[in-house]
Design a protein around this ligand. Structure first.
Ligand SMILES: [Zn+2]
Length: 167
Protein backbone atom coordinates (compact mmCIF):
# COMPACT_ATOMS: atom_id res chain seq x y z
CA UNK A 1 0.00 0.00 0.00
CA UNK A 2 1.29 3.42 -0.89
CA UNK A 3 2.57 5.56 1.91
CA UNK A 4 0.46 8.59 2.64
CA UNK A 5 3.30 10.59 4.01
CA UNK A 6 6.08 12.38 2.25
CA UNK A 7 9.46 10.77 1.93
CA UNK A 8 10.97 14.12 1.15
CA UNK A 9 13.01 15.71 3.87
CA UNK A 10 11.50 18.77 5.46
CA UNK A 11 13.09 22.09 4.68
CA UNK A 12 13.89 23.42 8.17
CA UNK A 13 13.10 26.97 7.05
CA UNK A 14 9.56 25.99 6.00
CA UNK A 15 6.90 27.21 8.45
CA UNK A 16 4.91 24.26 9.74
CA UNK A 17 1.85 23.40 11.81
CA UNK A 18 1.96 20.47 14.19
CA UNK A 19 -0.81 18.06 15.04
CA UNK A 20 -1.25 14.93 17.13
CA UNK A 21 -3.68 12.21 18.10
CA UNK A 22 -5.44 12.01 21.45
CA UNK A 23 -2.95 9.64 23.09
CA UNK A 24 0.14 11.31 21.62
CA UNK A 25 1.49 8.19 19.90
CA UNK A 26 1.19 9.88 16.49
CA UNK A 27 2.51 13.33 15.71
CA UNK A 28 2.16 14.95 12.30
CA UNK A 29 3.35 18.11 10.66
CA UNK A 30 2.44 20.04 7.51
CA UNK A 31 3.98 22.88 5.59
CA UNK A 32 2.07 26.13 6.11
CA UNK A 33 -0.06 27.28 4.43
CA UNK A 34 -2.17 24.20 3.76
CA UNK A 35 -3.57 24.08 0.24
CA UNK A 36 -7.16 24.59 1.35
CA UNK A 37 -9.69 23.82 4.07
CA UNK A 38 -13.38 22.92 4.11
CA UNK A 39 -16.26 21.36 6.03
CA UNK A 40 -17.39 18.02 4.63
CA UNK A 41 -20.96 16.98 5.43
CA UNK A 42 -20.78 13.64 3.58
CA UNK A 43 -22.23 10.63 5.40
CA UNK A 44 -18.96 8.70 5.00
CA UNK A 45 -16.97 11.48 6.66
CA UNK A 46 -19.53 11.71 9.45
CA UNK A 47 -19.15 8.01 10.23
CA UNK A 48 -15.36 8.03 9.93
CA UNK A 49 -15.00 11.03 12.23
CA UNK A 50 -17.83 10.25 14.64
CA UNK A 51 -18.95 13.86 14.34
CA UNK A 52 -21.70 15.88 12.69
CA UNK A 53 -19.28 16.79 9.92
CA UNK A 54 -15.56 16.72 9.25
CA UNK A 55 -13.39 19.77 8.79
CA UNK A 56 -10.44 18.91 6.60
CA UNK A 57 -7.23 20.47 5.47
CA UNK A 58 -6.12 19.57 1.98
CA UNK A 59 -2.33 19.34 1.85
CA UNK A 60 0.25 18.33 -0.69
CA UNK A 61 1.65 14.94 0.29
CA UNK A 62 5.08 16.41 -0.25
CA UNK A 63 4.35 18.81 2.63
CA UNK A 64 2.94 16.25 5.09
CA UNK A 65 5.10 14.32 7.56
CA UNK A 66 4.44 11.84 10.32
CA UNK A 67 7.09 12.96 12.77
CA UNK A 68 6.29 10.32 15.39
CA UNK A 69 4.43 7.03 15.44
CA UNK A 70 4.22 5.98 11.78
CA UNK A 71 4.04 2.35 12.98
CA UNK A 72 1.07 3.22 15.20
CA UNK A 73 -1.05 4.25 12.20
CA UNK A 74 -3.54 1.61 11.09
CA UNK A 75 -5.11 1.91 7.67
CA UNK A 76 -8.58 1.14 6.41
CA UNK A 77 -8.75 0.83 2.62
CA UNK A 78 -12.17 1.20 1.02
CA UNK A 79 -11.38 -0.22 -2.39
CA UNK A 80 -14.82 0.52 -3.81
CA UNK A 81 -14.51 4.20 -2.88
CA UNK A 82 -10.81 4.32 -3.70
CA UNK A 83 -9.91 5.75 -0.33
CA UNK A 84 -7.58 4.95 2.54
CA UNK A 85 -8.22 6.24 6.03
CA UNK A 86 -5.40 6.20 8.56
CA UNK A 87 -5.99 6.34 12.28
CA UNK A 88 -4.06 5.80 15.48
CA UNK A 89 -4.32 2.14 16.42
CA UNK A 90 -3.96 3.00 20.10
CA UNK A 91 -6.57 5.75 20.56
CA UNK A 92 -8.56 5.73 17.32
CA UNK A 93 -7.96 9.34 16.31
CA UNK A 94 -8.40 9.82 12.54
CA UNK A 95 -5.04 10.92 11.11
CA UNK A 96 -5.55 11.16 7.35
CA UNK A 97 -8.03 10.56 4.55
CA UNK A 98 -6.34 9.67 1.29
CA UNK A 99 -8.37 9.73 -1.92
CA UNK A 100 -6.20 7.62 -4.15
CA UNK A 101 -7.30 9.40 -7.33
CA UNK A 102 -5.77 12.60 -5.96
CA UNK A 103 -2.17 11.48 -6.22
CA UNK A 104 -0.53 14.59 -4.82
CA UNK A 105 -3.03 15.61 -2.14
CA UNK A 106 -4.07 14.25 1.24
CA UNK A 107 -6.83 15.32 3.61
CA UNK A 108 -6.16 15.80 7.31
CA UNK A 109 -8.63 16.56 10.11
CA UNK A 110 -8.26 20.25 10.93
CA UNK A 111 -8.94 19.53 14.59
CA UNK A 112 -5.63 17.71 15.03
CA UNK A 113 -3.79 21.02 14.74
CA UNK A 114 -3.69 23.45 17.62
CA UNK A 115 -2.05 26.25 15.69
CA UNK A 116 -3.01 28.15 12.57
CA UNK A 117 -2.62 26.29 9.31
CA UNK A 118 -2.71 29.20 6.88
CA UNK A 119 -6.22 28.38 5.62
CA UNK A 120 -9.63 29.04 7.09
CA UNK A 121 -12.34 26.49 6.33
CA UNK A 122 -14.73 28.66 4.33
CA UNK A 123 -16.19 25.99 2.08
CA UNK A 124 -18.93 23.43 2.66
CA UNK A 125 -19.18 20.22 0.65
CA UNK A 126 -21.98 17.65 0.43
CA UNK A 127 -24.51 19.86 2.20
CA UNK A 128 -27.26 17.70 0.72
CA UNK A 129 -26.08 15.02 3.19
CA UNK A 130 -25.96 17.33 6.23
CA UNK A 131 -27.82 16.17 9.34
CA UNK A 132 -30.79 18.09 10.68
CA UNK A 133 -29.38 18.01 14.26
CA UNK A 134 -26.37 20.10 13.30
CA UNK A 135 -25.79 23.01 15.68
CA UNK A 136 -25.94 26.12 13.55
CA UNK A 137 -25.52 28.87 16.13
CA UNK A 138 -29.03 28.88 17.56
CA UNK A 139 -29.37 30.97 20.74
CA UNK A 140 -28.40 29.06 23.90
CA UNK A 141 -29.24 29.55 27.55
CA UNK A 142 -27.63 28.19 30.73
CA UNK A 143 -29.21 24.93 31.92
CA UNK A 144 -30.36 25.49 35.49
CA UNK A 145 -28.55 23.22 37.96
CA UNK A 146 -25.82 22.17 35.51
CA UNK A 147 -22.98 24.71 35.52
CA UNK A 148 -21.24 24.90 32.18
CA UNK A 149 -24.09 23.27 30.26
CA UNK A 150 -25.94 25.39 27.73
CA UNK A 151 -29.05 24.31 25.96
CA UNK A 152 -31.22 25.29 23.09
CA UNK A 153 -34.69 26.09 24.31
CA UNK A 154 -37.45 24.39 22.37
CA UNK A 155 -38.90 26.65 19.77
CA UNK A 156 -42.33 27.94 20.55
CA UNK A 157 -44.81 26.28 18.35
CA UNK A 158 -46.54 28.70 16.08
CA UNK A 159 -50.19 28.92 16.76
CA UNK A 160 -51.77 26.81 14.12
CA UNK A 161 -54.58 28.28 12.19
CA UNK A 162 -57.90 27.25 13.56
CA UNK A 163 -61.31 27.44 12.09
CA UNK A 164 -61.91 30.64 14.08
CA UNK A 165 -59.23 32.38 12.01
CA UNK A 166 -61.33 32.01 8.93
CA UNK A 167 -64.68 33.08 10.26
ZN1 LIG B 1 -3.19 7.92 19.50
Amino acid sequence: MARATSKTLRDPSLPTAKGRCVCGAVHIEIGVPARWAWHDHAAASRLAQGAAYATYLGCYKSRFWVTKGEAAITRFADEKAGTVRGFCAKCGTPIFYDRLRAHTMINLPRALFTTRTGREPRYHMNLDQAVDWLYAGEPLAPLKGYPGVMWERPRRKKKTAGIDDFL
